[in-house]
Each structure stands twice: as C-alpha cells, then as structure tokens.
Design a protein around this ligand. Structure first.
Ligand code: HEC
Length: 154
C-alpha cells in the first residue's frame, strides 16, 4: 500500500512538473507546429479569399456563404499564432527567422490584422455587400504588412 501511494505521488509530481511545459508546447515536434499553423493560415486565406471574390465582383454576393466565411475568419485569424514555437523556423515553412527576433513587432502586426478581420467578419455577417467593401481593403493590407516582412513564399 505504502509503495503504491508513493508511486502515485511520484506520478502526480511528474505530471505536475510537466504540465506547464505542456501548456506552452503542445506539439510533439516542431514540424507539427508548422503543419498546424500552415493549415490555419490556409483556412484563413481560403475564406478571406472567398469574401474578396465577392468584394471584387468575381462571384455574386451570397449572404449565406459570406456569413460562413465571416465566422471562419474570425476564428482562423487567431489560430496560427500559438504555433510559432521555438525551433519551428526550419523545414517546410515560409516563416522567416526574424519572427523570433522581433516578437513585439510581429505581435503588433498580428493584433492589427485580428482587429481588421473582426471588422470584416462583422460586415460579412451583416448581409450587406457595401459594408464588406468598406472594410475589406484595410484587412487585406494588414495581411500584406506582415507577409512583406515575415513570410517568404514556398
Ligand atoms: C503577423 C503576421 C501575419 C499576418 C498578420 C498574416 N499572416 Fe499569413 N502568414 C504569416 C506567416 C509567418 C506565414 C508562413 C507560415 C509558415 O509557413 O510556417 C503565413 C502564411 C500564410 C499563408 C500560406 C499558408 C501555406 O502554408 O500554404 C496564407 C494563405 C496566409 N498566410 C494568409 C493570410 C491572410 C489571408 C492574412 C490576413 C487576413 C494573413 N495571412 C495575415 C504571417 C502572417
């Protein structure tokens, strides 16, 4: 009995010690983080692009689709950023190493984009194309402002 208890105590101690590290680093390998964030950006790009096509008149405005796109971009704009973990600047990634040296600047560009995307999301869900047109350009620029500095094309 005593032995069992001490094994349990030991296990809990290990779990406790490991927990904070796990919260920060939820990817087994750096390439898993790259995979995750690229997937999240792909989702963001797809649904942002869907709205862009409506704004530019390449496809007719479809309020049901716009509402879905609006929901997805609001979430997808937040997803990639916890996946810029240390050591994930290598391999199949378009992320420039400067991201990890200029984190304040990178975070600022992230915050600005998320604020612009929130406006696009609300406009997309309003069912009014003019609302969307009014805010779309600034959001697109906020993507570009980061990509110009911190992304290279693969
Ligand atoms: C704060 C910086 C930042 C902002 C803002 C940003 N991106 Fe990116 N984006 C990146 C980085 C870095 C990568 C490369 C990620 C990688 O390959 O690991 C990337 C990659 C992408 C990709 C390519 C995904 C792939 O691997 O095929 C798409 C699409 C994309 N972003 C869309 C967008 C859109 C749309 C917006 C604006 C709504 C946006 N991004 C805003 C930094 C940003």
């Amino acid at each position: 009995m005593k032995k069992k208890l001490s094994v349990l105590a030991f296990t809990l101690a290990i779990a406790g010690a490991a927990a904070p590290a796990f919260a920060q680093q939820q990817y087994a390998k750096a390439e898993d983080a790259v995979h995750y964030r690229r997937g999240a950006f792909t989702l963001l790009g797809y649904h942002f692009g869907s709205l862009g096509a409506m704004v530019q008149g390449k496809v007719p405005f479809n309020s049901a689709q716009a509402a879905i796109d609006g929901d997805v971009i609001a979430i997808a704009s937040k997803l990639p950023f916890h996946a810029f973990v240390e050591g994930s600047d290598k391999g199949q990634t378009g992320a420039k190493p400067e991201i990890w040296k200029e984190q304040a600047k990178f975070t600022d560009l992230r915050d600005k984009m998320q604020a612009e995307v929130a406006k696009v999301s609300a406009a997309a869900k309003s069912g009014n194309l003019d609302n969307l047109k009014a805010v779309f350009g600034a959001a697109g620029q906020s993507c570009k402002n980061c990509h110009d500095n911190y992304r290279r094309r693969l």
